[in-house]
Design a protein around this ligand. Structure first.
Ligand SMILES: NC(=O)C1=CN([C@@H]2O[C@H](COP(=O)(O)OP(=O)(O)OC[C@H]3O[C@@H](n4cnc5c(N)ncnc54)[C@H](OP(=O)(O)O)[C@@H]3O)[C@@H](O)[C@H]2O)C=CC1
Ligand SMILES: O=C(CO)COP(=O)(O)O
Ligand SMILES: [Zn+2]
Length: 349
């Protein structure tokens, strides 16, 4: 008897383009969400476009500002939503407020709208929240946003490094998918051909456009946002972050534990991806293509670019497998000698 089933949750509306923040009222009407919104944001996005967003939302919005990601922040948002009798949430900003809003909305059983102000990573569309806790990180299933409203005018005006971080997060899909296939072969982890291919193809298309992704061009924000949407959809199809998060993400999450806020998520996973590609395929593999694509985009390719010393990179590589129960090329841990060899050969240290 055929017993397979799947439940793919996707946003209902994805609105991307110049000035689309001004369409927010129409988006809200189209979703049939009513009542009072709670805007979950962080200081800079709130200063930049908070008032504009609140004006278009209507319904006397309340606001909560998140400065640090974590379960504490989620609790604060849940409490604020209850105190303010909010009927839906709006995540406005980078990954920190969007992930916090996503998880709080899930806890409250409310819908939420994602309004990224930076194209810094692929969580803007996905049904996953990535929440740090102590020495580990939880990739928590949550409902994806009801709608995503990505204004390329706002995103293009954000610091360029946020966009290059988003690009690097997409490029890292190459190694994430290789790790997923490996886990499928060695550990019988379920692999979705559609999600894996979509994530890989998204990375490929972005690398092909790398030369035309340039600071100051709104078109570049458009290209990157579309790739982030596609990668988020791959995660929704997979029902996990597997298509976009492998050993390079474990490495980045470990760096976050060792030195929080030193470098951007996307930049760390990009450098991790260079090393992880080398671990997968050795000297003649994809690692050079990944490094060159990151280089063309202007994303970091070395420890020094990220602001880490060599020993921190080695520590993160040799302990990254402990971050969470996710089988990757790192297996049960790689030796210090192997980590050093990979990092030196790829020029990361
Ligand atoms: N759920 C998922 O699938 C994924 C989740 N993530 C998570 O997302 C987080 C990282 O996201 P990231 O966006 O880098 O982090 P942040 O939300 O911290 O944003 C990075 C920085 O950019 C600032 N900022 C945001 N928008 C603008 C703008 N338009 N102009 C100027 N500055 C701006 C923020 O300001 P301020 O300091 O005021 O906040 C912050 O300093 C991590 O926690 C990561 O794990 C990452 C990938 C996928
Ligand atoms: O960053 C992500 C995908 O790019 C989310 O992955 P995690 O599940 O590792 O947090
Ligand atoms: Zn990521």
């Amino acid at each position: 008897m055929f017993e397979k089933s799947t439940w793919i949750k996707l946003p209902r509306n994805v609105v991307v383009g110049h000035g689309v923040l001004d369409d927010l009222g129409d988006v809200v009407a189209d979703l049939s969400v009513a009542g009072r919104p709670l805007v979950v944001t962080s200081p800079t996005p709130n200063d930049l476009v908070g008032d504009r967003v609140r004006a278009h939302l209507g319904g006397d919005p309340a606001t909560v500002t998140v400065e640090t990601a974590g379960f504490g922040a989620v609790e604060r948002v849940v409490d604020a939503a209850e105190a303010e009798s909010a009927t839906y949430l709006v995540g406005l900003g980078g990954g920190k407020p969007i992930d916090t809003a996503k998880m709080a909305a899930d806890r409250l059983g409310l819908g939420f709208i994602s309004i990224p102000t930076a194209a810094s990573h692929d969580g803007i569309v996905s049904g996953r929240s990535s929440i740090p806790e102590g020495d580990t990180r939880h990739s928590v299933a949550a409902d994806p946003p009801l709608a995503v409203v990505a204004d390329t005018e706002v995103i293009a005006a954000a610091p360029w490094e946020l966009t290059t971080a988003g690009c690097a997060d997409i490029v890292s899909n190459y190694t994430a998918v290789e790790d997923w296939k490996l886990a499928h072969r060695l550990q019988d982890v379920h692999y979705s051909e559609y999600a894996g291919e979509l994530a890989r193809m998204t990375a490929e298309l972005l690398v092909e456009s790398a030369g035309s992704i340039k600071q100051g061009l709104e078109e570049s924000a458009w290209v990157v946002v579309k790739a982030l949407v596609s990668s988020g959809v791959a995660m929704s199809i997979a029902g996990s972050s597997r298509p976009a998060s492998g050993a390079e993400h474990l490495f980045s999450h470990r760096l976050d534990r060792i030195a929080p806020d030193r470098a951007l998520h996307g930049h760390q996973v990009g450098v991790g991806s260079i090393i992880v590609a080398y671990l997968h395929e050795g000297e003649k593999g994809m690692w050079r293509n990944i490094r060159d694509a990151l280089d063309v985009i202007g994303a970091p390719t070395t420890a020094a670019d990220l602001g880490f010393d060599d020993e921190t990179i080695i520590e993160a590589l040799t302990t990254a497998h402990r971050i969470r129960d996710r089988y990757t090329i790192l297996g049960n841990g790689i030796s210090e000698a192997a980590a050093r060899e990979a990092a030196v050969t790829t020029g990361v240290i």
